[in-house]
Design a protein around this ligand. Structure first.
Ligand SMILES: Cc1ncc(COP(=O)(O)O)c(C=O)c1O
Length: 397
């Protein structure tokens, strides 16, 4: 039965994780995987999550199926959190949402919905984008193409090129995949003024926004991290939003996320929700409950919610603090451009302007583990190894 199969190559991130694990150097710095780490290098369970879990263990009465659209209280609370409970799309019932198996599941549900409604549309993604966007979307049967985004020389966003490219290459009805905040892998986000322009541009050109909001709360704060999403909804009548609780609630393995379609009418919202349910049914039947039940417990309880907000803030502050330290350490001859970019960028990731050979040299000669693309996860560093990290980067430039 399996004779025709051959091994698939290791995921490059997993391969680098293995190399790092095998390195006995006590001074190694692991900037590879996309998970938050505290100052001791651990990815711990949030206190708010632990407490919610204790309460939930006592309250939970059944393990029966949650249904194909998952926990709808979870969807409502998450949408209230991100858009604000008084947002017109919420009060007017113009959002169809389903709980998903993490942000990846949300992206897949969104892609499957688009395949059903706009089978000939192309999904445009930033250059570069999170590598898994491509299989998640193309395996649903949609075509993908790319628009210019990150400039590896200026280390900023090529916004004018992005708009010009989409304006000339994308056709009405095509989909534009956007990172709501904390762009993965570059950390380079659009400014408020650029989101303002982009939202109007998308509406005028009849392009459909699909926003991946996997890192909200971890950039510059909730208001800033959701600015772009809110601006796009203000201008575009229909928007898809994929959310994840993997990073901001540190619920990674609980696979907790949601897909939401902002629609023109409440009737259309109901249709999209039923579509999400039907799609989910044929892929995984229904999402797992535990993570979503914990988020409901946290967001629905003033004390737990405040505890989570504080923990989220401390993750965010730690990463901003590390960015400042690394930026200062790199602010020497030859490192000025990277120094400025690191400080300006958001979230866990930055993409350093390194060749594959330079990235390999960092691993083999300096025990600094990053991806071949130059992507680093700043949360993998700590205050005591930042000077060594900066020296190593400068040494390979
Ligand atoms: C940009 C982006 N979107 C979505 C996800 C999906 O996250 P998960 O499926 O773990 O919730 C990730 C995870 O790394 C990501 O980086």
């Amino acid at each position: 039965m399996f004779e025709t199969l051959t091994s698939r190559p290791d995921d490059p991130i997993m391969a680098i994780m293995e190399l790092c694990k095998a390195d006995a150097n006590p001074k190694k710095i692991d900037l590879g995987p996309g998970v938050y780490k505290d100052a001791t290098g651990s990815t711990t369970i949030l206190k708010a999550v632990k407490l919610a879990e204790e309460l939930w263990n006592r309250e939970e009465l059944t393990k029966t199926y949650v249904g194909t659209v998952g926990n709808q209280d979870f969807c409502r609370l998450m949408l209230d959190l991100v858009l604000g409970a008084q947002h017109p799309a919420i009060t007017e019932g113009r959002i169809g949402a389903a709980q998903s198996t993490g942000g990846s599941g949300a992206l897949r549900l969104g892609a499957e919905l688009l395949k059903a409604s706009l089978p000939d549309a192309t999904v445009w993604a930033s250059t570069p984008t999170w590598a898994n966007h491509i299989p998640l979307i193309t395996e649903a049967g949609l075509k993908m193409d790319s628009y210019p985004y990150y400039n590896r020389e200026t280390l900023g966003v090529d916004f004018d090129d992005m708009i010009t490219h989409l304006g000339t290459q994308a056709k009405r009805g095509d989909i534009v995949l956007l990172h709501g905040c904390c762009h993965n892998p570059t950390g380079a986000d659009l400014s408020h003024a650029q989101w303002d322009r982009l939202a109007i541009f998308l509406a005028e050109k009849g392009l459909n926004p699909f926003i991946d909001l996997a890192y909200f709360g971890l950039g510059r704060g909730m208001a800033d991290d959701t600015y772009g999403t809110l601006k796009v909804i203000e201008h575009c009548p229909e928007v898809l939003i994929a959310m994840s609780c993997s990073k901001n609630f540190a619920l990674y393995r609980e696979r907790t996320g949601l897909i939401a379609a902002v629609t023109k009418t409440p009737e259309a919202a109901k249709i999209t929700r039923s579509q999400f349910g039907a799609i989910q049914r044929k892929i995984v039947s229904m999402p797992p409950d535990h993570g979503a039940a914990l988020v409901v417990r946290i967001l629905g309880d003033d004390v737990l919610r405040e505890m989570w907000v504080n923990e989220l803030e401390s993750m965010r502050d730690r990463m901003r603090g590390l960015r400042t330290l690394l930026s200062e350490a790199l602010n020497v001859q030859g490192g000025e451009a990277i120094s400025a970019a690191i400080k300006d960028q958001n979230g866990m990731f930055s993409t350093l302007p390194l060749t594959k050979e330079q990235a390999q040299k960092l691993r083999t000669e300096h025990a600094v583990y990053l991806l071949d693309s130059g992507r680093i996860n700043i949360a993998g560093a700590n205050a005591s190894n930042i000077p060594r990290l900066a020296e190593s980067i400068l040494a390979v430039l």
